[in-house]
Design a protein around this ligand. Structure first.
Ligand SMILES: *Cc1c(COP(=O)(O)O)cnc(C)c1O
Length: 391
């Protein structure tokens, strides 16, 4: 099974069949578990067997299937599922950090991640933010007391690609853990662990669900880190995923490779079709040869991703005209959905970011983030081209 490609693992890995031999993954919507005798309860609390559970805040058979399938695809020994992507980010940080520790993070982070890092300052953790693309900046910031480095392998919304291998070498030399938020790369084609990430995080809310239904998150890593460091902390803090949501994620994973393949193919076709359009100041897509980290993107995630960012030359007014002219794309702030989604970061997801930080991160008034769905690529390209032509 370890030899299988991601697409096969996404369908078959981690299945636990009950005595009924059900075809589809069973949904164990239960908080607790019963014991035949008092002796059996005592024995289970003493030592937990492979197919034994005590309480669903700790573990649940449906949730275990989700964790084991994701670990198989990511190529890690284990995984721990959480109620949301942010519960995974917070959960991993709270598990590994203590007062007096130092963290170095890339400054181009998902908004809530920046806020969570800021909260850790209240508990005596020192945080340094760097330009994630600048290896000298990582070298200058990482020091012996650095416990962890944290970054998105592809940043939101400007699609900066960070060199996992190079940053991991710097971090590991100082004894720091490498924590990668890998949402934009998706587990399909991800080589984050191979490149040196110790812990890989996904918001399963995005591509893994893929249907815009439920929230979820997951932390992948070695058995030592997941069962020795993360689980002992999180089973008591309680950010557990609902078994129902874990079940939705499991069924979503069956089609994840197909969807990501269709999305990346459409993203590539779209980026190539519109690059150089007179209404655009910039077309940002890691799959384009013009992207500054094009080769790196292909090396560490094997595809250009499912997101394209367009910077409209006419600023906010042009961006709004463009957004309002789209027909196939839905205006929303999610991503990774089967439906194509368009977002204006400066006025929505990044509205509250101070103006100078927007400039630093390249979040211009004309920037539009497009999350490619699984509609017919020809319709997607025609929709965007027509909306650009109207400006
Ligand atoms: C969405 C997202 C998160 C947070 O995930 P939730 O499931 O919304 O909590 C974290 N990081 C990145 C890069 C994301 O896109």
């Amino acid at each position: 099974m370890d030899e299988w490609q991601a697409g096969t693992k996404l369908v078959h890995s981690g299945i636990r069949r009950s005595q009924y031999g059900e075809m589809s993954e069973a949904l164990f919507l239960t908080q607790g578990y019963v014991y035949a005798t008092a002796e059996a309860a005592e024995a289970r609390f003493e030592a937990l067997g492979e197919d034994e559970f005590i309480y669903s805040r700790y573990a649940n058979p449906t949730t275990r299937m989700f964790e084991e399938r994701l670990a198989a695809v990511e190529g890690t020994q284990d995984a721990f599922a959480t109620a949301s992507g942010m519960a995974a980010v917070h959960g991993v940080l709270v598990s590994v950090l203590k007062a007096g520790d130092h963290v170095v993070a890339a400054r181009a982070l998902f908004g809530s991640c920046l806020i969570v890092l800021d909260m850790f300052r209240r508990f005596g953790v020192e945080v340094t933010l760097v330009d994630g693309r600048d290896l000298d900046a990582w070298r200058a910031a990482v020091r012996p007391g650095t416990r962890a480095v944290f970054f998105e392998s592809v940043s939101n919304p400007t699609l900066e690609v960070i060199d996992i291998k190079a940053v991991a070498e710097i971090a590991h030399a100082a004894g720091a853990l490498v924590i990668v938020d890998n949402v934009f790369a998706t587990p399909v084609g991800s080589r984050a662990t191979e490149m040196g990430a110790d812990l890989v995080i996904y918001s399963a809310t995005k591509h893994i669900d893929g249907g815009g239904r439920v929230l979820g998150g997951v932390i992948c890593g070695s058995a030592d880190l997941i069962r020795g460091t993360v689980e002992p902390c999180l089973k008591h803090l309680g950010p557990s995923i609902s078994p129902f949501n874990a079940w939705v994620m499991l069924k979503g994973m069956e089609t994840l490779a197909l969807r990501v393949r269709a999305m990346t193919a459409s993203a590539q076709a779209l980026a190539q079709a519109v690059e150089g359009h007179p209404a655009l100041a910039r077309t940002i897509y890691p799959g384009l040869a013009s992207h500054p980290q094009h080769a790196l993107a292909l090396e560490q995630m094997r595809h250009g991703g499912t997101i394209v960012a367009l910077d409209l030359a006419g600023g906010k007014a042009a961006a709004f005209r463009f957004l309002n002219a789209l027909r196939v794309f839905t205006l929303s702030n999610n991503l990774g959905d089967a439906k194509s989604i368009a977002t204006h970061p400066a006025t929505t997801t990044h509205q509250r970011l101070p103006a100078d930080q927007k400039v630093t991160l390249g979040i211009t008034p004309g920037l539009v983030r497009l999350s490619l769905g699984i509609e017919d690529a020809a319709d997607i390209v025609a929709d965007v081209t027509r909306a650009l032509d109207m400006i």
